[in-house]
Design a protein around this ligand. Structure first.
Ligand SMILES: C[S@@+](CC[C@H](N)C(=O)[O-])C[C@H]1O[C@@H](n2cnc3c(N)ncnc32)[C@H](O)[C@@H]1O
Length: 234
């Protein structure tokens, strides 16, 4: 890994179909600038809790670990990984989001910024110690797509995978689903899943749960998990 932190590297295009369609809402400079504002600590109500939770899981590895934040968005975990003493690789499909991440920093612990697709992470097996997969899983609309993303994450992460997801076993999901049926509105929560389905898939992929955290169990969709990856030979 020898990309420097002052440039964004475009990974070589891959011929296999990717998951770029999920990035369409974050591709322009305006969308990226708006995202920075929406994730400011004073605007985003889960900010402190998520920093604490992810921070706790990041310290499962000793300082000096390599963390891949993918998709990094505008780099909200850049400072947290620095505080943990880890080295960071930021990756995202949107060059505009990567530019914001680099501009906001910090960057001194950053090994590289890489523009690439979640379906084809250009990293070797076990190439990083920890991968963070934050606030993308609930956007994925099929189990094929979820499997592709988790398969790649389990391949690349040498020790831990930290991720967020939407758990449908809650009041929010039921009220929105009933409202959609009554008012025939567009489904909004198609990416919410059962935690048990996630655990079945992760178990197939050799990921063991360290902790599952529901923000407000049975009320809120927001959930997160930390998994240990299976030990590799050699
Ligand atoms: C909701 S944002 C989350 C960003 C960050 N993890 C956070 O929590 O702030 C979703 C991000 O996923 C990226 N993304 C969407 N589809 C992608 C794909 N197929 N490959 C890589 N990144 C993708 C978008 O560009 C966007 O930056």
């Amino acid at each position: 890994m020898n990309q420097t932190s002052d440039q964004t590297t475009e990974a070589r295009p891959d011929q296999r179909p990717g998951l770029g369609r999920y990035a369409k809402d974050w591709m322009s400079d305006e969308q990226a600038a708006r995202y920075v504002v929406s994730r400011r600590p004073d605007r985003y109500k889960h900010y402190d809790m998520e920093q604490k939770l992810v921070g706790k899981w990041l310290t499962l590895c000793a300082p000096g670990a390599t963390v891949l934040d993918f998709p990094c968005g505008t780099g909200r975990f850049s400072d947290l990984t620095r505080q943990c003493g880890h080295r960071l690789i930021r990756a995202d499909r949107s060059p505009a989001m990567l530019v914001q991440a680099r501009n906001h920093g910090p960057n001194e612990h950053v090994l590289g910024n890489l523009c690439c697709d979640l379906a084809h992470p250009p990293f070797p097996d076990g190439g990083v110690d920890i991968m963070i997969l934050w606030r993308i899983f609930h956007h994925l609309r099929s189990w094929d797509d979820r499997r592709v993303v988790l398969h790649q994450a389990a391949r690349v992460a040498g020790k831990y995978l930290i991720m967020s997801f939407y758990d449908r076993a809650c009041l929010t999901w039921w009220t929105q689903t009933i409202a959609q049926k009554c008012f025939r509105t567009r489904p909004k929560l198609g990416g919410a899943i059962r935690t048990s389905d996630l655990l079945d898939l992760t178990s197939d992929l050799g990921l063991s749960p360290v902790e599952i955290h529901h923000y407000r169990r049975f009320i809120s969709l927001n959930s997160a998990a930390c998994f240990r990856t299976s030990p590799r030979d050699g």
